[in-house]
Design a protein around this ligand. Sequence first.
Ligand code: SF4
Length: 232
Amino acid sequence: MNDRIHEVITDLKSYLEYLKGMGIGVLPASEKKEEKMIQRKSPTLEEIRKELGDCKRCKLHRTRRTIVFGEGNEKARLLFIGEGPGYDEDVQGRPFVGKAGQLLTKIIQAIHLEREEVYIANIIKCRPPQNRNPEPDEIESCFPFLMKQIQAIQPRIICALGTFAAQTLLQTDAKITSLRGKTFDLTGIKVLPTYHPAFLLRNPDKKREVWEDMKQISEWLTKEEAKGSTRK
Ligand code: SF4
């Protein structure tokens, strides 16, 4: 993985660890006093969107139509993170709305959830020309906003969709084939990578593996719920 991307993400992770050390982060529901502190100190999604504004922090602003901020339940237990907007997303300003998005919706429904119950975002918020991979300077500018969104949502689990999202979140060069189905830690939040729905459209025989990964996520969320640790 590119050294600069690695460096940026390491800095962000250190910052988040620092915030956690200061008591700003995931805390047990009983710690009401500290919870109030989080609400005061962590920006809301609306505030993060406002801060992003008509973003021109990287060169992708020149070719995009819209900024695809992300959408869904702001208190989602499950957060999906893809790579970046494609053509349909760029036109509509919403994540995962093309054919791959329709498949993602079916995947979500297969574990008895609705799109509105989860949150969906991408590593970068503007479509790269010809859907090329995001470049290091673009990630450097955009990724901090995603990390803020993760802090605001505090999901129980993140499902990283595809190679790029998994490698960026986990700072690794490992292939998606060796990452998928395994769980990792991102500042106290579980991360489970799986194949990107666009890849599934081209390789439908891989759907079974994604189903196994989704079952794992669903079972883990159910266990968490049973432990009474879900947030309303
Ligand atoms: S990709 Fe992110 S940083 Fe770059 S212009 Fe879009 S919103 Fe701003």
